[in-house]
Ligand binder design. Structure first.
Ligand code: Z16
Length: 801
């Protein structure tokens, strides 16, 4: 491999490369260039530096005929790349200096980049962290996804209600990717299945072309680089109906073309609900088919047959979204390469792995048989045959589990049967996957389910997001923690050193000031920097219980009003997150938070003690600024419902303490940081099940809690919605009469834990010590660790480094 460029790259050569790109790529005279032009120059200069490690890695993988990982995901929530790539190439300071010598500020230029928001939340961000970690640990890999023209919608508030606006990240082009007009595959849809000389042949009704766009993904230190390949739907020429066009019917002529383009037009904005829409299934097949064709083609370049595919290929399905990969691979092996069905199935299973990310029934994909037959008739036949085999395997069972039940194809069951490993994303979640979701499968294949607890990349979520803390860590324990996060444990030795605790507090203050300034500039919002910053940022969902948080905030407000001089700790309550556009309850909760904020923030009696800040349009970039500025991390989902959570890890790694339930990865975070350094509350998973079975549980819980009664009464009376007193009638009614998410049952214990937070924060030294111990003990949650586990437990791939 050629020597890595960064040590040799001087400020002078970076500077001349910037000027070259400004002139020849942006086509601008330095005198007349805008921030946008400088960004184009900077990103192309950085991309140039990615090419050497990228080619070297790709070449080595070919030369050594290495096994490759293919990570199939409908979502990659990447955010910005400029600073990330600069850091990984070791060029962050050189780039800043070179720009400065030209009178340009690095941060200003980097901030001009739009987020690549090709994901909804945790699942998509996880895929982005894993890509970065695979490159860092030297795992030969490709990420495969869709090049959506429009990522997740932009959120704004109008009278406190969520509005959705289309996102347009490609409007000014994407400097990171290389278009590959020669790498195109036809993806078939619909049509019929015919028999031809005893073999079945699928004759699709239409084809849509998938065109590749490749971006290099460079690992930390620039020692290895992989490829993110995103597919764009490009209507092939024959879709344009020249006959109709010539006869003057221009709209009709463009119709099939419009259908084709819609396949990569926009990301579906549902994080955990499955809409059952034909376009979504078509998008999923579009991704899967193009990727599997590409994988098979690459394998056949230097292998004679597909017999040994499992020795060279590992395909990971990120949730069930690409679960049609099993039937697609079987179809290619049987219909196009003459494999026997059983052998094709066994081989496919050895190649495939499936990660489950949720137990929520509304999130588990199910497609009707009718829709499946319309879109993918041959795949349906294959699934029917797999279903038969699955029933036979459960011989003797009176109620066998099925891949097809009633008129629905269960994609989770399909993904399970076509994978040699199925993993959950935290220890608790995996146990529930075993016992609640797939007990029949687990009985047949007791070694198939494994746990791989999620992780986050410390490069983006510490080094990039929190430069002050990162510098303090490096000053204290030296470099190297970036790729060996367990080394943070060396900070424990400083946890009782007042000078170190002070230095930590200074980094927190610096992060608060930075975030406060950003909030002012971007959203004209005020964030006091002398208060406890208490944050709940994530998608808006009933199971995540933003409602519990805002109801407690009302209680806190009422108590301050009652006794303003009781020595309250000043607090800022931060909320941020998007609701799926059709999720009305989640949108009501957004409106409630904004309505409460309106009252609380304008109350002169309490203003200095309590504020609520809800910046719109939470995204990766906001998270990078908000998380380091936080003291308290709200991870308060109903136990058993959050598969893992990864925001919880980002906060703890940045020295925020967690108030949380025994849910998802919270359980493991608490074990690692120590029970003394975590504010635990709430029912356990077993107690949740118990409580739900008790009739009238919510009414009983409310009647036991005076605080909760007062809050609900205030909301019901219209204290926060004087212009429309019954605005939140449904929310309140649901609390009394149903409360599936057990907000009432957990309220008093949450209140108790919040009092403990208050007490701990008053003792500054104690708080800082707890925060430092959190940081020191979070090494386990590096996505490098997660990726290495996938490599040995699932993929059977070795590091090339
Ligand atoms: C998603 O982000 C997640 C699950 C899912 O079924 C669909 C989407 Cl878009 C999340 C989980 O809710 C979260 O607990 C987990 O940490 C994350 O996936 C990554 O595993």
């Amino acid at each position: 491999m050629t020597e890595h460029t960064s040590p040799e790259t001087s400020v002078a050569s970076f500077r001349s490369s910037l000027l070259k790109h400004l002139q020849f790529t942006a086509g601008k005279d330095p005198k007349h260039s805008t921030v946008f032009d400088w960004r184009i120059a900077l990103s192309h200069t950085l991309r140039d530096h990615a090419v050497d490690p990228w080619f070297a890695s790709t070449r080595r993988t070919w030369d050594e005929d290495r096994k490759r990982v293919y990570y199939l995901s409908m979502e990659f929530l990447i955010g910005r790349l400029t600073e990330d790539l600069a850091i990984n190439l070791g060029l962050r300071d050189i780039a800043a200096e070179a720009l400065e010598s030209l009178g340009v500020d690095f941060e200003t230029v980097a901030s001009e980049e739009p987020d690549a928001a090709l994901g909804n939340g945790g699942l998509g961000r996880l895929a982005a962290c894993y890509l970065e970690s695979m490159a860092t640990v030297g795992c030969p890999a490709y990420g495969y996804g869709l090049r959506y023209e429009h990522g997740l919608f932009e959120q704004s508030f109008k009278d406190g209600r969520q509005q959705e606006n289309p996102e347009n990240w490609l409007a000014h082009g994407n400097p990171w990717d290389y278009a590959r007009p020669e790498t195109v595959y036809g993806v078939g849809f619909g049509g019929d299945v015919y028999e031809e000389n005893g073999v079945l042949r699928w004759q699709p009704g239409t084809h849509v072309q998938a065109q590749a766009f490749d971006s290099p993904v460079v690992g930390y230190g620039g020692k290895w680089a992989n490829t993110l390949r995103l597919w764009a739907a490009t209507p092939n020429a024959d879709l344009f109906d020249l006959g109709r066009f010539n006869s003057g019917d221009f709209a009709a002529a463009a119709e099939p073309e419009a259908l084709a383009r819609s396949l990569s037009r926009v990301l579906y904005p549902n994080d955990t609900t499955d809409g059952g829409k034909q376009l979504r299934l078509s998008q999923e097949y579009f991704l899967t088919s193009a990727s599997v064709q590409d994988i098979v083609r690459r394998h056949l370049v230097n292998h004679d047959s597909l017999e040994n595919l499992d020795a060279h290929v590992a395909i990971q399905m990120n949730d069930t979204h690409p679960a049609i990969a099993g039937p697609e691979l079987i179809r290619i092996l049987v219909d196009e390469h003459g494999f026997d069905f059983d052998r094709a199935t066994d081989l496919s299973t050895l190649v495939l792995g499936y990660t489950n990310h949720t137990l929520l029934p509304e999130a588990l994909e199910r497609w009707t048989v009718g829709l499946m037959r319309n879109v993918l008739p041959r795949h349906l036949q294959i699934i029917e045959r797999l279903d038969q085999k699955f029933v036979e395997l459960q011989a003797g069972s009176h109620h066998p589990a099925r891949l097809i039940s009633g008129d629905q194809v269960n994609m989770g069951d399909l993904a399970f049967t076509t994978s040699h490993r199925v993993n959950g994303v935290s220890a608790l979640h995996t146990e529930l996957v075993r016992t609640e979701l797939f007990p029949a499968h687990d009985a047949l294949h007791p070694d198939r389910i494994v746990n791989i607890t999620n992780g986050i990349t410390p490069r983006r979520w510490l080094k990039l997001a929190n430069p002050a803390l990162a510098d303090l860590i490096t000053k204290t324990i030296g470099e190297g923690w970036e790729t060996d996060l367990d080394r943070l444990r060396e900070l424990e030795a400083h946890a009782d050193d007042p000078a170190f605790l002070n230095a930590f507090a200074q980094t927190k203050l610096a992060a608060k000031e930075r975030f406060s300034q950003w909030l002012k500039e971007e959203h004209d919002l005020d964030l006091p920097t002398n208060a406890l910053v208490d944050s709940q940022v994530k998608r808006m969902h009933e199971y995540k219980r933003q409602l519990l948080n805002i109801l407690w905030t009302i209680a806190h407000y009422q108590r301050i009003k009652r006794d303003p001089n009781a020595g309250w700790v000043p607090r800022v309550k931060i909320f941020a997150g998007k609701a799926a556009p059709s999720y009305h309850t989640a949108k009501d909760i957004i409106k409630l938070i904004n309505d409460v904020a309106e009252v609380v923030n304008n109350d002169p009696e309490t203003q200095h003690l309590l504020r609520i800040v809800f910046p719109p349009n939470y995204n990766v970039t906001m998270a990078e600024k908000l998380i380091p500025a936080s003291d308290l991390s709200e991870q308060i989902s109903t136990a058993g419902m959050e598969a893992s959570g990864t925001g919880n890890m980002k906060f703890a790694l940045n020295g925020a303490l967690t108030i949380g339930t025994l849910d998802g990865a919270n359980v493991e975070i608490r074990e690692h940081v120590g029970a003394d350094n975590f504010f635990l509350f709430g029912l356990t998973t077993e107690e949740v099940a118990q409580r739900r079975s008790q009739r009238g549980h919510s009414r009983a819980a409310i009647e036991k809690s005076q605080a909760l009664q007062d809050i609900l009464q205030a909301v019901a009376e219209g204290t926060f919605s004087p212009d429309e007193p019954y605005r939140f009638g449904q929310l309140v009614d649901n609390m009394w009469n149903s409360d599936w998410f057990l907000v009432a049952s957990d309220f008093d214990d949450y209140d108790r834990a919040q009092q403990e937070v208050e007490e701990a924060y008053r003792d500054t030294a104690r708080w800082n010590r707890m925060a430092v111990l959190n940081i020191a003990r979070m090494g386990y949650f590096s996505s490098d660790r997660s990726v290495r586990e996938y490599m040995t437990e699932v993929w059977g791939v070795e590091s090339a480094l």
